[in-house]
Design a protein around this ligand. Structure first.
Ligand SMILES: CC(C)(COP(=O)(O)OP(=O)(O)OC[C@H]1O[C@@H](n2cnc3c(N)ncnc32)[C@H](O)[C@@H]1OP(=O)(O)O)[C@@H](O)C(=O)NCCC(=O)NCCS
Length: 182
């Protein structure tokens, strides 16, 4: 019964979420979003106070992501509110242009409602349509079991391990590198 209600809630929630490419005019809202998500989990790489980009810097970043043929920055929105950001940053040197790095976050209030999965599928699809990309990789905290489950369920395989990559709360945590041919 509970599962039925949860599924119904997820469907209703997903109906109100839409996805689109980031625009330069999203810069200020994106900075505000990043300051929140960086404080919601240790699995993100920065602390909120390390989000120091100016609106102009963020505008330039969005412009670059939109202009680079092998990069994209995508938003999940609930109405006007940014609730998820995901991107693929394609490498620019000729020998590595076929490789892009994937990254994703979802606002904590929206976790577990299928948004991360929808965004990841959307970006895998995007990379498969892209003429340059042949491979996507990602870095994930070894204790981030939900993210690891998500990536493995969509076909990413572990390719590497960075020992003691994270340090927080007086301890080290490893990072896994996952990859997928697209
Ligand atoms: C990791 C993250 C992107 C996942 O997004 P999400 O919207 O919460 O995940 P979804 O609801 O799409 O669920 C994805 C899968 O994880 C499962 N899942 C979600 N929350 C879960 C939980 N708390 N416990 C167990 N499984 C869970 C879902 O059932 C689904 O699996 P399925 O397809 O086999 O059913 C999101 O939680 C997040 O942004 N976390 C903080 C930032 C972060 O860790 N980013 C990734 C850095 S590498």
């Amino acid at each position: 019964m509970l599962i039925k209600y949860r599924q119904k809630f997820i469907i209703l929630m997903m109906e109100s979420i839409h996805f689109r490419e980031a625009r330069i005019s999203d810069a200020a809202a994106l900075i505000a979003y990043l300051k929140i998500v960086m404080g919601e989990t240790n699995f993100m790489r920065l602390y909120p106070e390390e989000v120091k980009f100016s609106v102009e810097e963020e505008e330039n970043f969005i412009k670059t992501m939109n202009e680079q043929e092998n990069s994209t920055l995508q938003l999940g929105l609930d109405g006007e509110k940014i609730v998820s950001v995901a991107g693929i940053h394609g490498q620019q040197f000729m020998k590595f242009r076929h490789c892009g790095e994937f990254g994703i976050s979802v606002l904590k209030q929206y976790w577990g409602k299928g948004i991360g999965k929808s965004m990841t599928i959307r970006l895998i699809d995007w990379s498969q349509q892209n003429d340059i990309l042949k491979k996507i990789i990602l870095h994930v905290n070894a204790e981030n079991l939900v993210a690891i489950h998500l990536y493995q369920s969509l076909g990413f395989k572990q390719e590497g391990l960075l020992k003691n990559d994270f340090y927080y709360e007086d301890r080290f945590v490893d990072t896994y590198i996952f990859g997928m041919q697209v």
